[in-house]
Design a protein around this ligand. Structure first.
Ligand code: URA
Ligand code: SF4
Length: 256
Protein backbone atom coordinates (compact mmCIF):
# COMPACT_ATOMS: atom_id res chain seq x y z
CA UNK A 1 0.00 0.00 0.00
CA UNK A 2 1.18 3.50 -0.72
CA UNK A 3 0.23 6.68 1.09
CA UNK A 4 -3.41 7.40 0.48
CA UNK A 5 -3.91 10.34 -1.84
CA UNK A 6 -7.70 10.27 -2.04
CA UNK A 7 -9.07 11.79 1.20
CA UNK A 8 -12.44 10.01 0.83
CA UNK A 9 -10.75 6.66 0.43
CA UNK A 10 -8.52 7.42 3.38
CA UNK A 11 -11.51 8.40 5.54
CA UNK A 12 -13.43 5.29 4.51
CA UNK A 13 -10.51 3.10 5.49
CA UNK A 14 -10.13 4.86 8.82
CA UNK A 15 -13.85 4.46 9.51
CA UNK A 16 -13.68 0.77 8.69
CA UNK A 17 -10.64 0.34 10.94
CA UNK A 18 -12.49 2.09 13.77
CA UNK A 19 -15.44 -0.28 13.39
CA UNK A 20 -13.11 -3.24 13.41
CA UNK A 21 -11.36 -2.10 16.55
CA UNK A 22 -14.74 -1.55 18.19
CA UNK A 23 -15.80 -5.05 17.26
CA UNK A 24 -12.60 -6.41 18.75
CA UNK A 25 -12.48 -4.25 21.82
CA UNK A 26 -15.39 -2.03 22.44
CA UNK A 27 -14.85 1.69 21.95
CA UNK A 28 -11.69 2.19 23.97
CA UNK A 29 -9.42 3.02 21.07
CA UNK A 30 -9.36 5.24 18.03
CA UNK A 31 -7.21 4.44 15.03
CA UNK A 32 -4.27 6.69 14.29
CA UNK A 33 -3.53 5.54 10.81
CA UNK A 34 -4.16 3.08 8.09
CA UNK A 35 -0.92 1.17 8.06
CA UNK A 36 1.28 -0.18 5.36
CA UNK A 37 3.64 -3.03 6.08
CA UNK A 38 7.33 -2.52 5.46
CA UNK A 39 8.77 -4.21 2.39
CA UNK A 40 10.56 -7.39 3.36
CA UNK A 41 14.23 -6.61 2.88
CA UNK A 42 16.35 -9.47 1.67
CA UNK A 43 18.64 -10.82 2.84
CA UNK A 44 17.11 -10.31 6.27
CA UNK A 45 19.55 -12.49 8.18
CA UNK A 46 21.87 -15.20 6.95
CA UNK A 47 19.46 -16.56 4.38
CA UNK A 48 20.02 -19.03 1.64
CA UNK A 49 18.01 -21.24 -0.66
CA UNK A 50 14.28 -20.62 -0.82
CA UNK A 51 14.32 -17.55 1.39
CA UNK A 52 16.67 -15.85 -1.05
CA UNK A 53 14.09 -16.07 -3.79
CA UNK A 54 13.37 -12.71 -5.43
CA UNK A 55 9.91 -11.47 -4.39
CA UNK A 56 8.75 -11.66 -8.01
CA UNK A 57 9.22 -15.46 -8.02
CA UNK A 58 7.44 -16.16 -4.74
CA UNK A 59 3.87 -16.23 -6.05
CA UNK A 60 4.80 -18.79 -8.69
CA UNK A 61 6.69 -20.94 -6.18
CA UNK A 62 3.66 -20.97 -3.84
CA UNK A 63 1.26 -21.68 -6.73
CA UNK A 64 3.45 -24.55 -7.88
CA UNK A 65 3.47 -26.12 -4.45
CA UNK A 66 -0.29 -25.70 -4.17
CA UNK A 67 -1.19 -27.01 -7.63
CA UNK A 68 1.35 -29.80 -7.99
CA UNK A 69 1.69 -31.04 -4.43
CA UNK A 70 -0.93 -29.88 -1.94
CA UNK A 71 -4.05 -30.17 -4.11
CA UNK A 72 -3.22 -33.80 -4.92
CA UNK A 73 -1.73 -34.68 -1.54
CA UNK A 74 -2.63 -37.98 0.10
CA UNK A 75 0.07 -37.96 2.79
CA UNK A 76 -2.43 -38.34 5.63
CA UNK A 77 -5.94 -39.65 6.34
CA UNK A 78 -7.50 -36.17 6.04
CA UNK A 79 -7.23 -36.54 2.25
CA UNK A 80 -10.09 -39.05 2.39
CA UNK A 81 -12.63 -36.76 4.04
CA UNK A 82 -11.77 -33.32 2.61
CA UNK A 83 -13.84 -31.62 -0.08
CA UNK A 84 -10.76 -29.70 -1.17
CA UNK A 85 -7.44 -28.55 0.22
CA UNK A 86 -6.98 -25.07 1.72
CA UNK A 87 -3.46 -23.87 0.93
CA UNK A 88 -3.64 -20.39 2.41
CA UNK A 89 -3.73 -16.98 0.74
CA UNK A 90 -2.38 -13.46 0.83
CA UNK A 91 0.78 -11.60 -0.12
CA UNK A 92 3.52 -14.06 -1.17
CA UNK A 93 6.06 -11.55 0.15
CA UNK A 94 4.16 -10.68 3.35
CA UNK A 95 6.01 -9.33 6.37
CA UNK A 96 3.43 -11.03 8.60
CA UNK A 97 2.00 -14.57 8.48
CA UNK A 98 -0.96 -15.81 10.55
CA UNK A 99 -1.05 -19.55 11.20
CA UNK A 100 -4.26 -21.25 12.36
CA UNK A 101 -5.18 -24.82 13.06
CA UNK A 102 -6.92 -26.25 10.04
CA UNK A 103 -9.82 -25.65 7.69
CA UNK A 104 -13.36 -25.83 9.09
CA UNK A 105 -16.53 -26.48 7.14
CA UNK A 106 -16.65 -23.12 5.31
CA UNK A 107 -13.00 -23.35 4.38
CA UNK A 108 -13.38 -26.94 3.16
CA UNK A 109 -16.30 -25.82 0.96
CA UNK A 110 -14.66 -22.69 -0.45
CA UNK A 111 -10.98 -23.66 -0.47
CA UNK A 112 -10.12 -20.39 1.32
CA UNK A 113 -8.63 -20.03 4.82
CA UNK A 114 -10.54 -18.31 7.63
CA UNK A 115 -13.73 -17.46 5.75
CA UNK A 116 -16.35 -18.46 8.37
CA UNK A 117 -17.25 -16.67 11.61
CA UNK A 118 -13.78 -17.06 13.12
CA UNK A 119 -12.42 -15.83 9.80
CA UNK A 120 -14.54 -12.70 9.94
CA UNK A 121 -13.13 -11.97 13.36
CA UNK A 122 -9.59 -12.55 12.09
CA UNK A 123 -10.32 -10.13 9.24
CA UNK A 124 -11.41 -7.57 11.87
CA UNK A 125 -8.29 -8.20 13.93
CA UNK A 126 -6.15 -7.54 10.85
CA UNK A 127 -8.26 -4.45 10.11
CA UNK A 128 -7.72 -3.20 13.66
CA UNK A 129 -3.99 -3.35 12.93
CA UNK A 130 -4.60 -0.97 10.02
CA UNK A 131 -4.00 -3.76 7.50
CA UNK A 132 -6.05 -5.87 5.11
CA UNK A 133 -5.97 -9.60 4.44
CA UNK A 134 -4.13 -8.83 1.18
CA UNK A 135 -1.23 -7.32 3.16
CA UNK A 136 -0.54 -10.51 5.13
CA UNK A 137 -0.49 -14.27 4.49
CA UNK A 138 -3.01 -16.54 6.21
CA UNK A 139 -2.64 -20.31 6.43
CA UNK A 140 -3.01 -23.34 8.71
CA UNK A 141 -0.90 -26.16 10.13
CA UNK A 142 -2.98 -28.70 8.19
CA UNK A 143 -4.33 -28.01 4.74
CA UNK A 144 -7.32 -30.39 4.94
CA UNK A 145 -10.33 -30.24 7.23
CA UNK A 146 -10.29 -32.60 10.20
CA UNK A 147 -13.70 -34.32 10.37
CA UNK A 148 -16.18 -32.70 12.81
CA UNK A 149 -13.60 -29.92 13.24
CA UNK A 150 -11.64 -32.01 15.74
CA UNK A 151 -8.07 -30.90 16.43
CA UNK A 152 -5.60 -32.22 13.89
CA UNK A 153 -3.77 -35.31 15.18
CA UNK A 154 -0.03 -35.16 15.63
CA UNK A 155 0.69 -37.52 12.73
CA UNK A 156 -1.48 -35.33 10.48
CA UNK A 157 0.36 -32.19 11.56
CA UNK A 158 3.63 -34.03 10.95
CA UNK A 159 2.57 -35.17 7.47
CA UNK A 160 1.53 -31.65 6.46
CA UNK A 161 4.47 -29.90 8.10
CA UNK A 162 6.81 -29.76 5.07
CA UNK A 163 4.26 -27.59 3.24
CA UNK A 164 4.01 -25.02 6.03
CA UNK A 165 7.77 -25.00 6.45
CA UNK A 166 8.26 -24.34 2.75
CA UNK A 167 5.54 -21.65 2.72
CA UNK A 168 7.38 -19.87 5.53
CA UNK A 169 10.74 -20.24 3.78
CA UNK A 170 9.41 -18.76 0.55
CA UNK A 171 7.47 -15.91 2.18
CA UNK A 172 10.25 -15.28 4.69
CA UNK A 173 8.15 -13.04 6.95
CA UNK A 174 9.43 -10.63 9.60
CA UNK A 175 6.98 -12.05 12.15
CA UNK A 176 4.52 -14.91 12.61
CA UNK A 177 1.34 -14.96 14.69
CA UNK A 178 0.29 -18.44 15.80
CA UNK A 179 -3.36 -18.71 16.77
CA UNK A 180 -4.38 -21.35 19.30
CA UNK A 181 -2.69 -24.47 20.63
CA UNK A 182 -2.11 -26.67 17.57
CA UNK A 183 -0.26 -23.96 15.60
CA UNK A 184 1.60 -22.59 18.61
CA UNK A 185 2.70 -25.95 19.98
CA UNK A 186 3.92 -27.19 16.61
CA UNK A 187 5.77 -24.04 15.59
CA UNK A 188 7.37 -23.60 18.99
CA UNK A 189 7.95 -27.31 19.67
CA UNK A 190 6.32 -27.09 23.06
CA UNK A 191 3.54 -28.71 25.08
CA UNK A 192 2.93 -25.52 27.05
CA UNK A 193 -0.59 -24.15 26.53
CA UNK A 194 -1.55 -20.96 24.75
CA UNK A 195 -2.81 -19.29 27.93
CA UNK A 196 0.72 -19.32 29.31
CA UNK A 197 2.52 -18.64 26.04
CA UNK A 198 0.43 -15.85 24.59
CA UNK A 199 1.68 -12.31 24.73
CA UNK A 200 5.35 -13.25 24.88
CA UNK A 201 7.65 -13.16 21.87
CA UNK A 202 9.25 -16.47 21.03
CA UNK A 203 11.76 -17.39 18.34
CA UNK A 204 11.02 -19.91 15.63
CA UNK A 205 13.41 -22.87 15.97
CA UNK A 206 15.81 -23.52 13.08
CA UNK A 207 13.49 -26.07 11.47
CA UNK A 208 15.06 -25.53 8.08
CA UNK A 209 17.39 -23.18 6.32
CA UNK A 210 16.73 -19.53 7.26
CA UNK A 211 13.72 -20.17 9.50
CA UNK A 212 15.49 -19.96 12.86
CA UNK A 213 14.87 -16.82 14.89
CA UNK A 214 11.81 -15.43 13.13
CA UNK A 215 9.81 -13.75 15.94
CA UNK A 216 6.62 -15.65 16.81
CA UNK A 217 3.73 -14.11 18.75
CA UNK A 218 1.33 -16.74 20.09
CA UNK A 219 -2.22 -15.56 20.68
CA UNK A 220 -5.69 -17.00 21.19
CA UNK A 221 -7.47 -18.49 18.21
CA UNK A 222 -10.31 -16.24 16.98
CA UNK A 223 -12.73 -19.15 17.54
CA UNK A 224 -11.73 -19.08 21.23
CA UNK A 225 -12.23 -15.32 21.23
CA UNK A 226 -15.74 -15.85 19.83
CA UNK A 227 -16.53 -18.34 22.59
CA UNK A 228 -15.05 -16.22 25.38
CA UNK A 229 -15.78 -12.74 24.14
CA UNK A 230 -14.91 -11.14 27.46
CA UNK A 231 -13.24 -7.75 27.92
CA UNK A 232 -10.16 -9.51 29.32
CA UNK A 233 -9.66 -11.94 26.43
CA UNK A 234 -10.29 -9.16 23.91
CA UNK A 235 -7.79 -6.90 25.66
CA UNK A 236 -5.22 -9.69 25.69
CA UNK A 237 -5.58 -10.42 21.98
CA UNK A 238 -5.40 -6.73 21.15
CA UNK A 239 -2.31 -6.34 23.30
CA UNK A 240 -0.67 -9.26 21.45
CA UNK A 241 -1.50 -7.67 18.10
CA UNK A 242 -0.14 -4.32 19.22
CA UNK A 243 3.16 -5.99 20.12
CA UNK A 244 3.25 -7.36 16.58
CA UNK A 245 2.55 -3.88 15.20
CA UNK A 246 5.43 -2.49 17.23
CA UNK A 247 7.88 -5.09 15.91
CA UNK A 248 6.76 -4.37 12.35
CA UNK A 249 7.06 -0.63 12.87
CA UNK A 250 3.33 0.00 12.34
CA UNK A 251 1.60 3.03 13.82
CA UNK A 252 -0.47 2.20 16.90
CA UNK A 253 -3.96 3.59 17.36
CA UNK A 254 -4.05 6.25 20.05
CA UNK A 255 -5.71 5.66 23.41
CA UNK A 256 -8.61 8.00 23.85
N1 URA B 1 -10.01 -22.06 11.91
C1 URA B 1 -8.74 -22.30 11.54
O1 URA B 1 -7.89 -22.64 12.34
N2 URA B 1 -8.42 -22.14 10.28
C2 URA B 1 -9.29 -21.75 9.35
O2 URA B 1 -8.91 -21.62 8.19
C3 URA B 1 -10.62 -21.49 9.76
C4 URA B 1 -10.96 -21.65 11.05
FE1 SF4 C 1 -1.73 -33.78 2.67
FE2 SF4 C 1 -1.76 -31.99 4.62
FE3 SF4 C 1 -4.04 -32.72 3.48
FE4 SF4 C 1 -2.77 -34.43 5.06
S1 SF4 C 1 -3.66 -32.46 5.69
S2 SF4 C 1 -3.63 -34.87 3.05
S3 SF4 C 1 -0.62 -33.93 4.63
S4 SF4 C 1 -2.36 -31.64 2.48
Amino acid sequence: MTAMSDPIESLTKTARQLLEIEQLLGSQFTPAAVNSLPEVQLPRRAVSGLANMPPSDKAAALDDMNNNEVKVCTRCRLAKTRTQTVFGEGDPNAALVFVGEGPGQNEDETGRPFCGRAGDLLTSMIGAMGLTRDDVFICNVVKCRPPQNRNPMSDEVEACWPYLMRQLQIISPKAIVTMGNPATQKLLQTKTGITRLRGNWQALPEFADSLGGIPVMPTFHPAYLLRYYTPQVRREVWSDLQQVMTVLGLKLPKDK
